[in-house]
Design a protein around this ligand. Structure first.
Ligand SMILES: Cc1ncc(COP(=O)(O)O)c(C=O)c1O
Length: 414
């Protein structure tokens, strides 16, 4: 693997090059966008800001842009075909659309398994199906901050319709062994709904290899503007009884896309994938990558490797600060089990006071429940105060981690 091109990466993101020199450690809530994304959104708004389906140049350009973006996302996910990619507003609305459709197709399988490690978007949406006769079973996270396959086994049966779980915890960073989850879920004849929102900026995704049935992502977590996409296996999406107006064809992806979505942000999503491809060309060690998919794999593998170094550094520095408790995977020996998202508390200091003090020093981190209140409860963290989360991505640096740790040490000293 070649040296990670961090200077090129940082130069690509205008927000990282402002005078302010702000440290963006709240990427779990949304990442910055590279210039190519800004250019694509601007180009769309300036040259073809019209509705699809018209017989004039601008409208045909919108159709072409959406088609291109579908192909790009399909390549990013290694989907079998671009029609399996559906664009929309955000991950939550897609979870809701799929869950409501599944509620109409339960048959004898009335059980849905959810986890208490997940973002509430992938919990509450399924719990809402209880009024449709669904019975919820819980895949419980252990105190180590991980979902263990041994705990999934007992809640699966011939009554299971679906398991909904995340690929990585948005609060703790713990990664789930999705390939094995899919094998277990399919062994009982059920389906797997994967929330890839938090995992997607940190490593490669191959839906064919993972063998999940549905997957959601949010563009704004993967260096694109606010939008979301759903992927599903063609037969699964085709079988969904979704709402659609009479004039919408009963075909994927149209039958799942409710109304008009944000075309300029879909163009931005396409450009974010181009940015990742360009990164992959730079990180490729054996000459130019032979395909777009190969370039994306090169990018995501090098991001993963670089971020493992960031994780090791964060854990090392946090362990040197008196009074810090890291929740979840806290030892540097096991960093491959996590993405660089760190949830912690400082003894006798209110989490909000820590994030306010860091903000005053130009460092953005988050406090609260990270929209995973059940996870906090499971770890015995008081919900009124919550915890602190620093969530890094590949444009962050060891030097930023040093600045963050230094300020934290000052706060800890009181
Ligand atoms: C893991 C995870 N799932 C789902 C969501 C909800 O995504 P959206 O805002 O696109 O609905 C988030 C948002 O932070 C998340 O982190």
């Amino acid at each position: 693997m070649s040296e990670f091109p961090i200077s090129w990466v940082r130069e690509s993101f205008p927000a990282l090059n402002s005078q302010e020199n702000f440290v963006f450690f709240d990427n779990g809530a949304g990442a910055q966008v590279p210039q190519v994304v800004l250019d694509a959104v601007q180009h769309h708004l300036l040259t073809c800001n019209v509705q699809r389906g018209g017989r004039y140049r601008q409208s045909q350009e919108v159709d072409a842009a959406i088609q291109r973006a579908g192909q790009s996302v399909a390549t990013f996910l290694n989907a079998r075909e671009p029609e399996e990619v559906v664009f929309g507003m955000n991950a939550t609305s897609f979870i809701r659309i799929v869950s409501l459709a599944l509620a109409d197709t339960l048959g004898d399988r009335k059980e849905i398994v959810v986890s208490d490690m997940d973002h509430e978007a992938n919990v509450a949406t399924w719990l809402a199906l209880q009024r449709h006769g669904v019975e919820i079973l819980w895949w419980r996270m252990r105190p180590d901050g991980c979902l263990h396959l041994d705990d999934l086994e007992p809640v699966l049966s011939s009554r299971t319709r679906l398991v909904a779980c995340t690929a990585a915890s948005n609060a703790l960073g713990s990664i789930v062994d999705i390939k094995e989850v899919a094998r277990m879920v399919h062994a009982v004849g059920a389906e797997l709904f994967l929330d890839a929102v938090h995992y997607a900026p940190h490593g490669s995704i191959d839906v064919q290899e993972l063998d999940c049935d549905y997957l959601v992502c949010s563009g704004y977590k993967i260096f694109a503007p606010h939008m979301g996409f759903l992927w599903g296996k063609r037969p699964a999406l085709e079988a969904l009884p979704t709402f659609r107006e009479d004039f919408i064809p009963d075909q994927i992806p149209a039958k799942i896309e409710v109304g008009t979505f944000v075309y300029e942000n879909v163009a931005g999503m396409d450009a974010a994938i181009t940015y990742l491809e360009n990164l992959g060309i730079r990180t490729s060690t054996n000459g130019p990558p032979p395909s777009r998919r190969a370039a994306l794999l090169s990018a995501m593998d090098s991001i993963r490797e670089y971020e493992l170094r960031l994780s090791t550094e964060v854990l090392k520095l946090l362990s040197q600060i008196d009074g810090v408790t890291v929740y979840g995977i806290g030892e540097s020996g096991v960093v491959p089990g996590r993405v660089p998202t760190f949830c912690f508390n400082l003894r006798d200091v209110n989490p909000a006071a820590v994030t306010v003090a860091l903000a005053a020093k130009g460092i953005g981190v988050r406090d609260g429940n990270m929209y995973s209140p059940r996870l906090l409860e499971r770890l015995g963290i008081p919900s009124e105060t919550g915890a602190i989360r620093a969530s890094l991505v590949h444009y962050n640096t060891v030097s930023e981690i040093g600045r963050f740790a230094e300020e934290l040490r000052t706060i800890a000293r009181g």
